[in-house]
Design a protein around this ligand. Structure first.
Ligand SMILES: Cc1cc2nc3c(=O)[nH]c(=O)nc-3n(C[C@H](O)[C@H](O)[C@H](O)COP(=O)(O)O)c2cc1C
Length: 251
């Protein structure tokens, strides 16, 4: 039975983000998946990597070396819980709002601590040779900015481009990242008919989650260059056409 891990990044269980994550879990279960849920805010996950989280931290504190000292037996409890879930998952669906043109710090901190250097990745096991080649990842994102403001020519900056560092993080781990989903103009400031219209749109999005997950295999992958596209120094080879806005040939 395939396993879907739903990761909810929101401090409020009554938020739309949390409701949307619930809809993902319900839909994936109906599609025959075993569901794992992770809720770092509710579970007291500590997102700020640092020496206080280690019993015998290196001095001076070097986060990569500190993580290398960890084994399954010595992982901090909150990290061990997340690593166990992640290792079981075939699909990871992450629900979060956009905060300051990026995912909330909780999600960054989750990556900083859960994607343990040494145990889950190292320089021999990354990108094409990452340990999570069996994993598909989908981001379900809300923005306060509307669809125009959050679009490619919008003043908020293109929401999809802002997700590149997160997508590249999971690509580094070896996973496939699906084209993300966004709901725009999500906020609590509308009144009257506009509030009702937003509520109707959000209710439709919850209903649509089943169809979205049912069409998983048809959903395109986020395009990334392969290891073979780079030379021994890690530079995009001259003959390779760049399609990644963050990895371009120099002028
Ligand atoms: C600290 C903070 C920063 C925010 N920054 C952005 C932003 O950069 N772009 C944007 O479109 N919305 C931004 N917003 C609005 C949220 O994205 C919006 O409130 C959220 O997506 C609504 O979903 P929710 O009801 O599940 O919280 C921000 C909200 C907060 C609290």
């Amino acid at each position: 039975m395939p396993v879907t891990l739903v990761l909810t990044i929101h401090p409020e269980p009554r938020s739309f983000t949390a409701a949307w994550a619930g809809a993902s879990a319900t839909a994936a279960e109906a599609l025959g998946h075993r569901i794992l849920r992770s809720d770092p805010y509710a579970e007291g996950f500590a997102p700020a990597e640092g020496p206080a989280l280690y019993s015998d931290p290196p001095v001076p504190f070097d986060p990569l070396k500190a993580q290398e000292t960890l084994s399954d037996a010595t992982l901090p409890t909150d990290v061990a819980r997340e690593v166990a879930r992640l290792r079981q998952a075939d699909r990871l669906i992450i629900h979060f709002p956009m905060w300051w043109f990026a995912p909330p710090a909780m999600l960054k901190g989750w990556c900083d601590r859960v994607l343990v250097h040494g145990l889950l990745h190292d320089t021999d096991n990354r990108f094409d040779r990452g340990r999570f080649r069996h994993l598909d990842v989908l981001f379900c994102v809300t923005t306060g900015g509307d669809a125009v403001e959050s679009g490619p020519d919008g003043r908020e900056g293109h929401w999809r481009l802002l997700l590149w560092p997160l997508a590249q993080t999971f690509r580094y781990m070896g996973a496939r990242v699906k084209e993300p989903v966004a709901l725009h103009g999500v906020h609590g400031y509308h009144m009257g008919p506009r509030k009702a219209a937003l509520e109707e749109r959000l209710a439709q999005a919850l209903d649509a989650q089943m169809a979205l997950l049912a069409a998983w295999d048809d959903r395109p992958d986020w395009p990334f260059h392969t290891d073979a596209d780079f030379d021994a120094e890690g530079r995009l080879k001259a003959g390779i056409t760049s399609f990644d806005p963050f990895i371009r040939h120099r002028e």
